[in-house]
Design a protein around this ligand. Structure first.
Ligand code: NAP
Ligand code: MG
Length: 489
């Protein structure tokens, strides 16, 4: 039962293969749908962080030396155990994050899939031989694991964003210390429980909880951590880059401000459906959420009206009581306040409210961080909703006259994570795919990420990749071995 699982994880850290009660002060973890406290985490102390790094260092060489097949088997076991317990793990996630239970379960099952994907990749890490400039030599390019990884993750996808880093580390032969978001620590600890059950050797995976500015920063600063794999805001990503005291591998998956362009040749119904899904899923708390929409003028009025209706149809609910709700509570007061602020800014600057704009009514919503999916139209470039990442259930819409103008507006941002387009004209499709300056471009669909393809941002949206072969390469160093064998014939 999740209640007993939660109490077993309360205040614990996972270090060197064991759950131990944290020695530091306790921080509360809140259910964002009700405001109730569901448990506490321990703020990891300097000694505990040092113990986690030492355990990961001790475990590194033996783990890296295992044949890939063994590491693959461990990841397959982990994936099976996670999938088998998806219901209980999903309840933990919904309790701490607020997303509807069915969606949380889907995320847990995708984590299980990631375990199996990386298990398979583990056995397909190849090297190269390269031509030399003199006879009698052979050059081998071999891949060796980076070492100890410090993973720092946000609260919007508490399982997957831990899982991608953890699975890639284990496949590559790295060991890892995870610092999950303060809002959603129990999902990470529940994953650690599965790591222990899967018989993964002590020290290969560690989880330390606490404040990012203390515990996350300690991992960044620690000389025993070889790489930081970070997902979170651009501001914290930049801070990590600026404060890292030694040379370290960094992958930074950061914020976005993602546009959707709907051209005159688009399938209007499909574009509306895609816009509603990618603007509001997970209450817009997605780095690749659609923030702003540019619609060709001939389709504009029909699009705005239909998107408003689609937003109004979305069911908001307490994610535990309404497992099949479209959206749940927002994860905390902070993104809710930002959503309200961006909405107020847009309305003050002349935007038209088309749907939402307030919290849903009713006693069940009174104490949680709820808000209606909200659409504002006739937006202008000076509005925050069109310029900044809202990270909430608010989307702005504006008309355009030429595709050049729309692509220029879409690219006019410091971010470069994901962009979307709907068009049926082949010329328009090609201009969108070539012209959008983004790491991920989804055309006539809104699911920009798949496990087999690299996922990463440009500009202030980050450096490095997750997923795909490229994502796994982030966990390797290349070594050039130049061998003189002397055979010149
Ligand atoms: P955040 O505030 O940047 O926090 C992310 C993580 O960093 C948390 O674990 C946080 O700990 C920790 N942290 C905070 N300050 C730190 C410091 N000085 N040193 C080291 N670690 C520190 O982001 P968030 O509010 O959790 O998440 C929302 C952001 O993540 C959005 O901008 C979103 O776009 C981005 N995101 C990006 C992707 C992507 O793939 N590109 C995916 C999902 C989310 P605490 O929780 O204790 O503060
Ligand atoms: Mg934050």
């Amino acid at each position: 039962m999740p209640a007993s699982l939660l109490s077993a994880l309360d205040g614990t850290l996972f270090i060197d293969g064991e759950f131990r009660p944290g020695a530091g002060p306790r921080l509360p973890v809140i259910n964002p749908a009700t405001g109730e406290r569901i448990g506490t985490i321990a703020a990891a102390t300097g000694d505990e962080i040092a113990a986690a790094v030492a355990a990961a260092r001790r475990a590194f060489r033996p783990w890296a030396r295992q044949v890939p097949r063994r590491r693959a088997e461990a990841l397959h076991r982990l994936g099976d155990l996670i999938a088998a317990d998806a219901g209980a793990m999903a309840r933990i996630m919904t309790l701490e994050q607020g997303k509807p239970l069915n969606e949380a379960r889907g995320e847990i099952l995708k984590l299980a899939e990631a375990c199996h994907f990386y298990a398979e990749e583990a056995t397909r890490v190849h090297g190269e031989t390269v031509p030399n400039d003199q006879p009698g030599f052979r050059s081998l390019i071999v891949r060796e694991p980076v070492g100890v990884v410090g993973a720092i993750t946000p609260w919007n996808y508490p399982a997957e964003l831990v899982g991608w880093k953890l699975c890639a580390s284990l496949a590559a032969g790295c060991t890892i210390i995870v610092k999950p978001a303060e809002l959603t620590p129990f999902t990470a600890l529940a994953i650690a429980a599965k790591v222990a059950e899967a018989g993964i050797p002590p020290g290969v995976v560690n989880v330390v909880t606490g404040k990012g500015s203390v515990v996350g920063q300690a991992l960044v600063a620690h000389p025993g951590v070889d790489k930081i794999a970070f997902t979170g805001s651009s501001a914290v990503g930049l801070h990590i880059q600026n404060t890292c005291p030694t040379i370290k591998r960094l992958s930074l998956e950061l914020g976005g401000n993602c546009p959707l362009i709907v051209t005159a040749s688009a399938d209007l119904a499909a574009a509306v459906k895609g816009a509603a899904r990618r603007s509001f899923r997970n209450m817009g708390q997605i780095c690749i959420a659609i923030n702003r929409i540019y619609v060709a003028r001939p389709l504009y009025d029909a699009f705005v009206a239909a998107l408003g209706q689609a937003a109004d149809r979305l069911v908001v609910g307490n994610g535990l009581e309404r497992p099949d709700a479209d959206v749940g509570a927002m994860a905390s007061a902070e993104p809710l306040e930002k959503t309200r602020a961006h909405l107020a800014d847009a309305l003050a600057k002349g935007a038209r409210l088309v749907a939402g704009g307030q919290a849903p009514e009713g006693a069940e919503f009174a104490r949680g961080f709820f808000f209606r999916p909200t659409v504002v139209a006739d937006c202008t470039p000076d509005m925050q909703v069109m310029r900044e990442e809202t990270f909430g259930p608010l989307v702005g819409v504006a008309p355009f006259d030429t595709l050049e103008e729309a692509i220029a507006a879409a690219n006019d941002t410091p971010y470069g994570l994901a962009a979307y387009g709907y068009a049926r004209d082949l010329t328009e499709i090609e201009r969108l795919s070539a012209g959008l300056d983004y790491g991920n471009v989804a055309l006539n669909n809104v699911d920009a990420g798949i496990m087999n393809a690299p996922y990463g941002g440009r500009k202030q949206s980050g450096v490095g990749y997750e997923h795909g072969r490229e994502g796994l390469l982030e966990y390797f160093n290349f070594k050039h071995v130049r061998l003189h064998h002397g055979v010149e014939a």
